[in-house]
Design a protein around this ligand. Sequence first.
Ligand SMILES: C[S@@+](CC[C@H](N)C(=O)[O-])C[C@H]1O[C@@H](n2cnc3c(N)ncnc32)[C@H](O)[C@@H]1O
Length: 652
Amino acid sequence: MSLSPSIQHYINGHNLTLTTSTQKGRTMVATEYHHRGSIIITSQPLATVSVSDDYCQHCLRQSRKTDGGYTPLQRCSRCKSAYFCDMDCFKSAWINYHRYVCGDGDWRTCDEELLERAVCSLIRYKQHPYTPTPNNLDSLPPKETLDITMEAFSCLQDHLDDQPAHITQQLFDLADKVLQRPYIQQQALHYGIDQTTLVRLQSQFQCNGMSVQDEHLFVVGEGIYPVASFFNHSCRPNAAAVFDGSLLLIKAIEPIGPGEEITLAYIDIGRSRGYRQRILRDRYFFTCDCVRCSDQGWLRLLDKMVGEDEEDEEEDISNFVISKPYSQQHQQQQRRRKKTDQLDTLRQHINHWDLLTLSRQYDRLKNIHPDPSQSLTLGTFTHHMLQLFTPYVWSVNNPTLHYTNDQSLYSTTSCSMMDSIPASSSSITNTPPVSPSSIYTPLPAPVSPPHHPPASPSSTPSPSTSTSPPYSSIFLDNGFYAQFDDPCPTAAQPPIQHDYQSILTKAMETCLSFPANPHSTNIPSTGDGLLSIPVFRLSTLAGVHHLFYEAMENKHWPFAVKCGLYILIQYCFLYPPYHPTMAHHLAMLAKTGWNFIVQDSIREKVYARGVRRWIALAKETAKLAFGTRDCHYKEAVNLEWLFRREHQLVLG
Ligand SMILES: C[S@@+](CC[C@H](N)C(=O)[O-])C[C@H]1O[C@@H](n2cnc3c(N)ncnc32)[C@H](O)[C@@H]1O
């Protein structure tokens, strides 16, 4: 379907263009350079549904920040069941939808409410068509007016012909039900909105709907975002959707050059290949051919490495079946027992993992490898991969980060932090651990070219002869530099590749060379008397996630730090370095690490280096993934300030 001139103008005004391909349909392509962290375009919702009473039903914010702090949500005084930020949100919600359903006592499914809301929006638009003001036509970048949202909506793909018959029947049933609502019936008839229209709408929702997330990546609602729906999917996307309330922002998580397609991930890319393919096929009706899914793609080894997690998926699916036959129940019991056993084994690995010894042993100047004849433990896997990944995965990706041999690591006079110091922190004299409430942020269900020229072998300092190791710093572009006690890539051992793809490829090949790869039938012992576990597998990651939250709740920081480090390594494989999920995890790791060293007044320098690294990476990643107004960034700035202020006290 061809696009109207106003949508074309809107898209072109954001340095984008829509091309068409036979394989993917419309494809959003950059016409200019979009730098990493920039907002490519925003998208207004046509309709949203909040899935929790903790969020405003209109703007999907949890509570609104005012000068006096946070204002709690207000309950509708009539129905006492709907919550809103304030009178403005309440009035808008009332006009759009709430007035029809307030106090009617009916329970609606999410799909049903979304359909009703969308139909109400359509009717309202037909009643009051939008007239553009000259201002809107001239502004650059152009604003998303209501007619742009509605026009984009009118040409969304629907894949109605691809729907199986039984699903189409369900769509017809719901369409019937919604058309009988008194507040829809007459108006729908008047404007020619019939059953077929509603069936098509639902099919459009299926392949264009988006989950709305809060700043902690919790799903808080579902929404239809017509402009954002022009973007295609990739399991290695170069852009990500983040939300400011109900407004969707598409952010570049990679530098995107003119002519490059801009892609989002429709599903969690932390899931297995089988899971992703199934959802993309059943819900979006296509087979993904991205760099991770295609046999020729540079990331093709990843899914081989992390394996399938069919068991977990089967469990997810069978939880929806209310009455299960005996054999199914028995199978479920067995699976639960297996899961408990798996968690016990993981706990043993983590308890056995000596963080201090392994941190010193796997020093980046020593070229220590785990024994290739024995399977990896969680600890040896994590420390071995840490050598390859951090901070190199970030530094090769970001031209504003670079290395130096500056040795003024602990000097508080070496740079000005004043711009970043939070006003409230200046009076702190004795720093407590970071408030647990700010750290209990559950994970979601459950981010180029080389910038460092390869060094000639002769320029690589030898670890054994080097008296002053080539420690490195990373400069952040706001004038502050966060220094890393890590050798420059040219000096690090095992050798660091000089571009992102090579780092990941090398890491995947390294992992797969160990006997504990997920496809080994006969996994040897770990050499530590521990049961072998498939360390790179997604089911192991899921287990460690579980233990991470458990440890944070119990304020068991050393245990939590180890889980957090392992999860970080897995995320380095699964997510691009500036992906929101990565930023969120780094923020938690930084807080966990800080609590670890502060609570027990730990003085080991190797720990301080680690914590400083996580804080700096959390700040850097949050800034680009979410922006500087986001809570992750502000928390990292606070932590950074605390760290610099307190490290003298903590470390002596
Ligand atoms: C949200 S729309 C994206 C825009 C769409 N290409 C269009 O023309 O409107 C989702 C649909 O686009 C197509 N699509 C998205 N990503 C794709 C991909 N990586 N490969 C093939 N088709 C894709 C599928 O048909 C999917 O159902």
